[in-house]
Ligand binder design. Sequence first.
Ligand SMILES: *Cc1c(COP(=O)(O)O)cnc(C)c1O
Length: 481
Amino acid sequence: MHNDLSAQEAVREIPSIDLVINDSRIAAAASEHGRDAVAGCARIAVEHLRTRVIDGNLKADRTSLLSSAVAEVLEILYRADFKMVQHVINATGVVIHTNLGRAPLSAAAAEASARAGRNYVNVELDIATGGRGKRGHYAEELLCELTGAESAAIVNNCAAAAFLVLAVHAAGGEVIISRGELVEIGGDFRVPDVLARSGAHLREVGTTNRTKTADYERAIGDQTKMLLRVHPSNYKIIGFTESPANRQLAEIANTNGLIFYEDAGSGALVDLSAYGLQDEPLIRRSIEDGAHIVTFSGDKLLGGPQAGLIVGDKELIETIRRHPLYRALRAGKMVYAALGETLRAYHRGTHFEEIPVLRMLAAGSAELQQRADDFVRILGDRLQSGSHLMVNRITGSSAIGGGSAPGVQPEAALIALTSDVLHADEIKHRLRCNKPPIVARIEDDAVLIDLRTVTRDEEDSLAEAVFRLVDSSGSVERNRA
Ligand SMILES: *Cc1c(COP(=O)(O)O)cnc(C)c1O
């Protein structure tokens, strides 16, 4: 302690900014973040020290003041790192987590995307002829094969796809939609707003819970261009409900020379009813049932990159492709590469082994229980008896998420973390500030870890982070919170 230092002497002990910048403990951060960023942080850290010393709140020698400044610089840079898009361990059990980037790619898709990113690619080159190739041709061909559609087009996301379809095929005319399908998806995609912006006029029919074929038929007039069906992805109306089958809507559209367009949202390329997902539209079936255009997301149940997939009748899709808006909404080369590999897995029939979203959905409760038990045992062996952290396996449920399959909650084996000295909020916070960050949820004052959405590769760092919540003596670590 240096309580005997005079105020003036204390101020003289404050390190210079240069001294902080040139400290060897900062060298690695300086090469990662750049000297300017480090200098900015050093200025802030030294200013903080000065204020505290002058206010008499801090008296220390030069060495420890320098250490404080260095620690603060590293802390500021560490927090700045949080803003980078980075690997996060999803321990929430929500398979398609929109805040966490939805679908993680398959290994093949991720590699294809990285390769496309690093190199020049044939995105608009026909290798066989040397002429100009069609963008996204390969992925589109696979989409046609997998859905039975005549033609396909790929844009940035499903919101863009829906907007494009409406703008190209319904602008200036009327679109008939059931009141039960005027939904909001993900907080910023409201079907009525998208319709209005596309220049189409909305004609609502039926009621929230019941719409009949006659409701659609009665609403058809001179201005009508389209019947729109929107899959109410993120909620479900149960009880006294009615809505026409796709076949019936297709028939009405055909009789009246209208387009029948279905925005399937998540949609599925394969039947997932064995996993409780019987309400998700199967794209192939929508096409078979006569939908002229169907749109769906690349990064929901399909398990690929963010993309909006448009499939349907050749002529209608070609009109979309020729529209200037298609050029504005088109996807990039990395998306085509990742999507191509993702679709190839379906084509090969290896989708359940390769595509993370499908693997996670299909994970059985016995498998998850085994993993959770092993995890608890490994941690239990490391945590000393009398530790302030309790780790238990409990049963509960996961969720599909991403505006898919509301109400479907697959059975899950969960790991519950509780502590007599740390609040659940504090545990959750510390896990989130881990490197890599870990996102978990709280239920009944326990932090719950659901391994369904955690890969085997991530288990070690997850266990390490949980173990580090308490130090080796069994008491709670007090650092970086
Ligand atoms: C999710 C969803 C969208 C939006 O899809 P993005 O790919 O997120 O743009 C549109 N319509 C429906 C029915 C959806 O479920």
